[in-house]
Write a protein that binds this ligand. Structure first.
Ligand code: DGJ
Length: 568
């Protein structure tokens, strides 16, 4: 019955929400200049006047909203929910989820139904509703490209294939997607997007809108590249110098430089240049942070199957190219519709880069995706948003849930409910400390990560007490043993000091390479709150059964401050 390691317990008795002066975290020590206490206080004094922005330092990122780090606990509405009649269905679901941000399409066809005549009544209703519900908004610009197709372009664009040419296949046949090579399409799309951003500048001084997505998954499946005469000439002309230099490659043809990915790279370059120009036009009116999202190809495929590549999107293997081609985007982002944990981790790792903030603008809304919230959070994500979250009755199974019932919503709501009170503080700490995020894998296997001398492991499908060595008492198999639940996010606050958040996971600690006779112990384990300045507010201490068999995070997520020490 003994636990794996003896633990001496420090006598922590502080009352709930006591400001823990003893906690070794001082806001003044944060290194990102933009996150200084002074900046946070100034912003608090005049909320909504500071333009949201994404800041980076030492490979970590923060989305600043009202001048202070903000964690997007988001939800994306369905594609056809961009209508005033549907907004109540969105507010209802967002409240159930404890979300703080709604991602909502605003389409070219709805703001410019007649060329040159703009209407923003939906945008105004969206902003008013969001403000009334205390929410922020991510506007999704569905312009010339929505999943590669032109469905959200106005009729006057789709009707005029001379002025707004479509892509052509190798036989010269027309394909549905608009060509990003057409200057006339770019000019019209940019003008409409700039008008939208100008309108936001006029009506949204308090920055209800905190982020803007430019186009939506602009690549197309099954169309590696277009084959008009102009496109063929460009393809044969070789890789532009700017791209070769930006990627530090040797000049050559697209095939020489990109091999099997030549056509995807060609399409990616021209699509990214297009998206960048649209973003630039919008930013010249209102410089909100902007990004573009991607459908994702197999992260483990060495030879990509063109049929399963969204050619033109900022896919995981095109991020370098997009960084060169689209400097007006603050980041590119993955849309996750696989439930396979190794693939999800690989995509999250691909988009979490020193030069790219991790943001998950879409992930399936079935309950088994909810655990990946922790995997993203521990990687320092600035936001996360399941897709199709409105009470319209529409579901996108097999990508997401079969039915958006209470249990499905609760899978995400539990995570958001737990993190909402600490969201800004977590965002501040995640921008300045190393982290690890994980979730139950394919077979519930144990996972581990080393932070310096300390190893942290995550085990799944366990009761809250006991271990495999227990033979003296019979135990039922935990009902959730084989279920795709459980996740963990960890921030390393200092030597042997961690913030641990998650649910349905047993968290173990050990020394990665102990010296002979070296042992470890918990100095303290406490439930904590994090205030907006990133200070820990001590709560209920865990001890005895709650720590003797690892830290068993229950179904309702918890946030713990853990301090470890060694002894000989
Ligand atoms: C990804 C797209 O970005 C979304 O707009 C939507 O079409 C989903 N796929 C599928 O529901």
């Amino acid at each position: 019955m003994a636990s794996a390691e003896p633990q001496g317990i420090a006598p922590f008795t502080g009352p709930w929400l006591r400001r823990a002066a003893a906690v070794a975290l001082a806001v003044g020590t944060l290194s990102i200049g933009a996150l200084s206490t002074t900046a946070a206080r100034a912003a608090a004094a005049s909320p909504g006047t500071e333009l949201p922005r994404v800041v980076h330092e030492q490979g970590r990122h923060a989305l600043l909203v009202d001048g202070a780090p903000f964690l997007v606990l988001g939800a994306q509405a369905n594609n056809s929910s961009n209508h005033v009649d549907v907004l109540p269905a969105a507010w209802q679901t967002l409240a159930t989820l404890h979300a703080n941000t709604l991602e909502m399409p605003v389409s070219w066809q709805q703001v410019e139904p007649v060329e040159g005549q703009f209407r923003f009544d939906f945008v105004d209703a969206l902003l008013a509703g969001a403000r009334g519900h205390g929410l922020r908004v991510v506007v999704l610009w569905f312009g010339a490209f929505k999943n590669g197709g032109p469905g959200y372009a106005p009729e006057w664009v789709r009707a005029d294939t001379v002025r707004f040419p479509r892509k052509r296949d190798a036989r010269g046949e027309g394909l549905a997607p608009l060509s990003p090579l057409a200057a006339s399409t770019l000019a019209a799309d940019s003008r409409a997007f700039a008008a939208l951003m100008r309108h936001l500048a006029a009506v949204d001084a308090r920055h209800t809108v905190i982020l803007v997505q430019v186009e939506n998954e602009p690549g197309a499946f099954g169309i590696p590249r277009e084959h008009s005469a102009g496109a063929d000439r460009l393809f044969e002309g070789g890789v532009p110098r700017e791209l070769v230099d930006g990627l530090h490659r040797t000049p050559g043809t697209w095939r020489q430089v990109f091999g099997a990915l030549a056509e995807a790279a060609f399409t990616g370059w021209h699509t990214a240049r297009y998206v960048d120009a649209v973003a630039a036009a919008g930013k010249s009116e209102l410089a909100l942070p902007m990004y573009c999202n991607s459908a994702l190809s197999d992260p483990f495929a060495s030879e990509p199957d063109p049929a399963w590549v969204s050619s033109g999107s900022p896919d995981w293997n095109m991020i370098d190219l997009w960084k060169v081609a689209a400097p007006h985007l603050d980041f590119v982002a993955p849309d996750i519709y696989s439930r396979d944990a190794p693939a999800v981790f690989a995509w999250l790792d691909a988009y979490r880069r020193d030069d790219n903030a991790l943001f998950v603008p879409e992930i399936g809304n079935a309950a088994d995706y909810a655990r990946f919230f922790w995997a993203a959070l521990g990687r320092g994500a600035i936001g996360f948003a399941p897709f199709g979250m409105d009470a319209t009755g529409y579901v996108n199974y097999p990508l997401g849930a079969k039915v958006l019932d209470d249990a499905t919503l609760e899978a995400f709501a539990a995570d958001y409910r737990a993190m909402a009170p600490h969201a800004r503080g977590w965002a501040r700490l995640a921008a300045t400390h190393a982290g690890w995020g994980t979730a139950r894998g394919r077979d519930g296997e144990t996972q581990a990560h080393d932070f310096g001398a300390w190893r942290i492991d995550a085990r799944y499908g366990r009761w809250l007490i006991g271990d495999e060595g227990w033979t003296f008492v019979k135990a039922d198999v935990p009902p959730w043993k084989a279920e795709p639940v459980g996740g963990l996010a960890v921030l390393a606050l200092g030597e042997g000091e961690f913030l641990v958040a998650g649910s349905r996971v047993r968290v173990g600690f050990s020394l990665a390479a102990p010296r002979p006779g070296q042992r470890w112990q918990y100095l303290s384990v406490e439930e904590v709150a994090i205030d907006d300045a990133g200070r820990l507010l001590a709560g209920r201490p865990w001890n005895g059964d709650q720590v003797d068999y690892g830290l068993n995070l229950p179904a309702e997520p918890v946030l713990l401050h853990v301090r470890l020490g060694t002894w000989q």
